[in-house]
Structures are given as C-alpha cells and as structure tokens.
Design a protein around this ligand. Structure first.
Ligand code: BJW
Length: 254
C-alpha cells in the first residue's frame, strides 16, 4: 500500500468521484514512443517551426513538405501501442461510475487502450478532409490507390489534409462544447501530460477548478497546470497512473 500522502489524497478523491474527466496531452503517449511538442531537445517544436507545419498557410505554401511530416508521424503511431498510462486510464472506467477522456492527442491510443468515451479536441490523424473543409470523414483506404502526395479529395479533387486542428483554426464545435460541459460538471479532473499552454484546451482545468472540482495533475515537470492543481503527482504517467489505480482499488475495497 502506498504511503505517499498526495497519492493517498488523489486516490481518495478518485474513489469518491461520481463524474471523472481525464484531460490528456502529448505526455501521456510519450512512453509509447511518440514525441511531445514542447519539451526541450526531444519535443517536435524543438526541431521544427510550428508555423511551418501546423497552420493552414504552411500547408498551402508547402503541401508536400507538411504531408511528408505527417506521414512520418503516422508511421510512428502505427508502430506504437498504448502504454501503462493509457491502460490505467481505461481501467478507471471499470472502477468508477462515469469516466470521460478529453484529449488533445490525435493518435487514437486512448481508444486502443479501451477507453470508451474519448473526446478529441484537436482531431484525429486517422481522418482526412479536403482543404476547403467541405468534404470530410475520409480514411486512408479511400485514397490508398493514389500515387499523388498529398492525395486528392475523391469528391472534389482538392488536396486532402489530416483532419487535425492547426493554429488559428477553430476546434470541432461538438468536441469543445461537450468537453467544456463535462469539465464544468465534473467532481474530479485528472490532468495527464500537458504543458497547458495551448488554448482553448488549456482552459479545461480552470473550468473544472471554478466549478469546485478537485484538479489532480500528473507530470514529470511542474508545468503551468501544476500551479492551479490541488494535487500534483510528479512523475511519468506510465509509472504514476498504475500506482494510482492500485491505490483507488485499495480505497474502494475499504
Ligand atoms: C509527460 C511525460 C510522461 C513528458 N508522462 N507527462 C489564448 C491565449 C493565447 C493564445 C491563444 C489563446 N486562444 C487561442 C490562442 C492561439 C493558439 C494558442 O493557444 N497559442 C499558444 C501556443 C500561445 N490556439 C489556437 O490557435 C487554437 N485555435 C483557436 O484558438 O482558434 C480560435 C478560432 C475560433 C473561431 C474560428 C477560428 C479560430 C488551435 C490550437 C491547435 C493546436 N494544434 C496542435 C497540433 C495538432 C495537430 C498535430 O498534432 O499535428 O495541437 S499544436 C500541439 O500543442 C498539439 C497539442 O495537442 C497541443 C498541446 O500540447 P501538449 O499536449 O500540451 O504537449 P506539450 O509538448 O506542450 O506538453 C507535453 C507535456 O507532457 C509536458 O508538460 C511534459 O512535461 C509532459 N510529459 N513526458 C506524463 N511520461
């Protein structure tokens, strides 16, 4: 049994939770071998300029370059598996009455780990749409036989792009609306692996705290969220979360 008082407090809050929201960022997938964005040296933005890769203007300017960067990332995700952090989050669903996952990630690893209610704020790398945004919902199989890169929209012939949210673009309305409603009505918000600097997603912990929820932050670094969190559990998600799930189980068993 853990003796860490912060771990015990977090386990107690989770065991009592009736409406838990887990809010995740790139750090939750790091132990699956997927790079984060802002970590010094290893983060994607330490190597690449986000304005050259994650904006509509950049794609219009250099579609082949941006597409090839995404192809490289598709390969990394295809080779990856959910790690113990994803699995522990999915496990919470089996222990607690209501669990939703609000993620900024586009890698689909929460769903692969078994989480059933996943809200993707920044889209998905498994869906594609045309540059005008008029035709949506394409999957790789829809254009797998095309040699052209980037491929063309099967309906209008316009360039296809990943259905992800780039800087300056609105988040999908249904996703942000549901995430905000869940955060404003949860009793615990468990935040894992986000630097908390990209808005409007970064406002989720503030919404939850304002609504009186207990905000728990899991991160190896004391990032922006930690200051606002009631409980900060320092360490990698793949180590902290399985330990937390064991402590929740123990608490529920009395
Ligand atoms: C671990 C770990 C381990 C490591 N375990 N943890 C208000 C104020 C200021 C600016 C703005 C504002 N509102 C809007 C803006 C502008 C902008 C913005 O926020 N800019 C800031 C950066 C300054 N926001 C936008 O442009 C958004 N759109 C918008 O606001 O539209 C308005 C609009 C309305 C109506 C019409 C039109 C427009 C869109 C933001 C889109 C972000 N897109 C990206 C790319 C997605 C696609 C892709 O992946 O290719 O999303 S950028 C990138 O950042 C990605 C992430 O989802 C997002 C967040 O990053 P995340 O997940 O926090 O990762 P990191 O790397 O920052 O942090 C990793 C963390 O993990 C660290 O803390 C580590 O310590 C930790 N860690 N190992 C646990 N093992």
């Amino acid at each position: 049994m853990t003796q860490d008082p912060r771990m015990l407090s977090a386990a107690r809050a989770l065991a009592r939770s009736r409406r838990l929201v887990v809010f995740t960022g790139a750090g939750v997938s790091k132990e699956s071998g997927i790079a984060t964005f802002r970590e010094p040296e290893t983060g994607l933005w330490a190597q690449y300029d986000p304005m050259e890769l994650a904006t509509h203007e950049a794609y219009v300017r250099r579609p082949e370059f941006v597409w090839s960067w995404y192809e490289h990332r598709f390969g990394a995700v295809a080779a990856a598996s959910p790690n113990p952090a994803h699995t522990a989050i999915a496990e919470l669903e089996r222990l607690l009455p209501q669990v939703s996952v609000v993620t900024q990630n586009i890698d689909g690893l929460h769903q692969r780990a078994g989480s059933n209610d996943v809200i993707e704020l920044h889209g998905s790398m498994f869906r594609f749409k045309c540059l005008s945004g008029e035709h949506t919902g394409f999957v790789l199989d829809d254009f797998a036989d095309q040699d052209e890169k980037p491929p063309r929209c099967p309906q209008c012939g316009e360039l296809l792009r990943p259905d992800v949210v780039w800087f300056g673009e609105a988040l999908p309305a249904d996703a942000i609306d549901r995430a905000q409603a869940l955060c404003a009505d949860c009793d615990v918000l468990l935040v894992v692996g986000t630097s908390g600097v990209v808005y409007p997603a970064a406002a989720m912990p503030l919404l939850a705290a304002e609504a009186g929820a207990t905000v728990i932050d899991v991160n190896p670094e004391r990032d922006a969220i930690a200051a606002a969190a009631e409980l900060f559990l320092q360490g990698p998600g793949g180590e902290v979360l399985p330990e937390l799930v064991v402590a929740v189980r123990e608490h529920l068993a009395g």
